[in-house]
Design a protein around this ligand. Structure first.
Ligand code: SF4
Length: 291
């Protein structure tokens, strides 16, 4: 092996890499970190989001309709697979997985995620729920995390709330294969509790890479957790529901989670108004009801 000669006036390459990594997390609003000593892959640092609330990005005008462009055919979902050798998960560290990759693909993100044990949610999961749908969808829905049915099947939004989301998508004149559906965390939180800050912060880089690979025109956040995670705010969704935001080249809107609509059906009207804004932006016609 060739020796590494370090220039006395230049920072060590590892220091440069660490600084780039910290800048990346600072962009996400994450400024403090801790090590999960319980994880078998304890070498992975698990960052915590910053306690300081970030300002919401400026809302943008809704009327920027664009006709949908021709898209490549839908690709099958690739479930996460990690090579296990003697019980140890081998794959890139969170450090590496968080780095944006030029020409990233969903397959590559899925491969890098592997049989992930980066946060404590892996301990009780059955299946990682990576995401499902069109690899280059114009419209992406982002929820909070898998529930029981999703955990069993490894597919997002397949329970009662998922069935309602499917109805919403079909009412927009689309099918589930036309859109992409993912969650902020890919493993089911125990008892369907809200994902904790460190869990969101650890899983988010993979969602961000998925979004970068898909390059959607519109991202719809379903519920508080997804909206707060992507917009970097602690404000309740009621403050900004139905408003447009710029998000990394896409338009982003937050609306209520289908699970909330199951508990509070009158709110469906508000969500339908939000989805109509999305349809206007994408140039979609609502599905015609058969008589
Ligand atoms: S929730 Fe995300 S980061 Fe945590 S173990 Fe599952 S895939 Fe890994």
């Amino acid at each position: 092996m060739n020796p590494v000669f370090l220039h006395p006036e230049r920072p060590h390459p590892a220091k440069e890499k660490l600084e780039a990594w910290l800048r990346y997390y600072e962009d996400l609003g994450i400024r403090s970190f801790y090590r999960d000593r319980c994880s078998p892959a304890g070498k992975f640092p698990a960052p915590e989001p910053a306690a300081q609330e970030q300002a919401l990005p400026a809302a943008v005008p809704a009327a920027q309709a664009a006709a949908p462009a021709a898209r490549a055919p839908a690709q099958p979902l690739v479930p996460g697979t990690g090579a296990k050798v003697q019980g140890i998960v081998h794959g890139p560290s969170l450090f590496e997985a968080a780095e944006r990759v030029e020409g990233d693909t969903l397959e590559r993100v899925c491969s890098d995620l592997g049989d992930c044990t980066r946060c404590k949610l892996h301990r009780h999961r059955n299946k990682i729920v990576f995401g499902a749908g069109h690899a280059h969808a114009e419209l992406v829905f982002v929820g909070e995390g898998p529930g029981h049915d999703e955990d069993v099947q490894g597919i997002p939004f397949v329970g009662r709330a998922g069935q309602l989301l499917t109805q919403m998508i079909e009412a927009m004149g689309l099918g589930r294969d036309d859109v992409y559906i993912a969650n902020v965390v890919k493993c089911r939180p125990p008892e369907n509790r809200t994902p904790e800050k460190d869990e969101v912060a650890t899983c988010m880089p993979f969602l961000l890479r998925q979004l970068a690979a898909i390059e959607p025109k519109v991202i719809v956040c379903l519920g508080n957790v997804a909206a707060q995670a992507l917009l970097g705010t602690h404000k309740s969704i009621s403050h900004f529901r139905g408003q447009w935001f710029d998000f990394r080249g896409a338009k982003l809107m937050a609306t209520y989670h289908p699970a909330y609509l199951l508990r509070n059906p009158p709110a469906k009207g508000e969500v339908w108004k939000d989805l109509q804004k999305v349809m206007a932006l994408l140039g979609l016609e609502p599905k015609k009801r058969s008589r």
